[in-house]
Write a protein that binds this ligand. Structure first.
Ligand SMILES: [Cu+2]
Length: 192
């Protein structure tokens, strides 16, 4: 078993259910040669990268609905294609729809500006004009259920470059220009 496969198995342990690997897990019912009984083989492309983060949301504004919230984010890149899944629990009051994106900078409690701008492939490549949409950025808007939980996922046609980055949750849903109002909370996401 390679280190990368172990990484994916660790993610399974953290999340329990990950949409992006549900298919491969089902396919793994036919155990390939060399895989011990009881272990699940998950096919992972050689260029795959996995990053995840799990913990209390860091607050960027005092007294918001994410005060008691926790989040899990999992990012899986295979070549030039990346799947990202975000799960949030403990939102009070429950309800509402919020914008969420991958930002280029770190997640620092009390300092929304530290997260920097959206991760945007036009901006990273120095292309102008910079277009802000769900093909060039990682958008994870979510609607909170009556139990205070929410899930969002996206698939984008690029692999974000490594860094000490963050998922930022905003007060409003993302509009057609990529804006979503004040920054309420964040979750760090770092990979190499
Ligand atoms: Cu954002």
């Amino acid at each position: 078993m390679t280190g990368r496969v172990r990484g994916v198995l660790a993610v399974v342990g953290v999340l329990g259910v990950v949409g992006v690997i549900a298919g491969p897990m089902a396919a793994a019912q036919n155990r390939p040669p060399g895989v011990p009984r009881g272990e699940i083989a998950i096919p992972v492309a050689p260029e795959s990268n996995v990053a995840s983060s799990n913990g209390p949301l860091r607050q960027l504004q005092p007294g918001g609905p994410f005060r008691t919230a926790r989040g899990v984010v999992v990012l899986v890149s295979h070549g030039a294609r990346t799947t990202v899944r975000l799960h949030v629990t403990g939102v009070k009051p429950a309800g509402g729809t919020f914008g969420a994106h991958l930002h280029t900078g770190p997640c620092v409690a009390g300092d929304g500006a530290a997260a920097g701008p959206h991760y945007n492939t036009d901006a990273i490549a120095g292309r102008k004009p910079v277009r802000m949409d769900r093909e060039r950025e990682i958008w994870l808007d979510f609607t909170v259920s009556p139990t205070g939980a929410a899930t969002a996922s996206t698939v984008v046609p690029f692999a974000p470059t490594p860094g000490n980055r963050s998922i930022v949750i905003h007060q409003e849903p993302t509009n057609s220009h990529g804006a979503a109002g004040p920054r309420l909370a964040c979750l760090p996401l770092t990979w190499n």
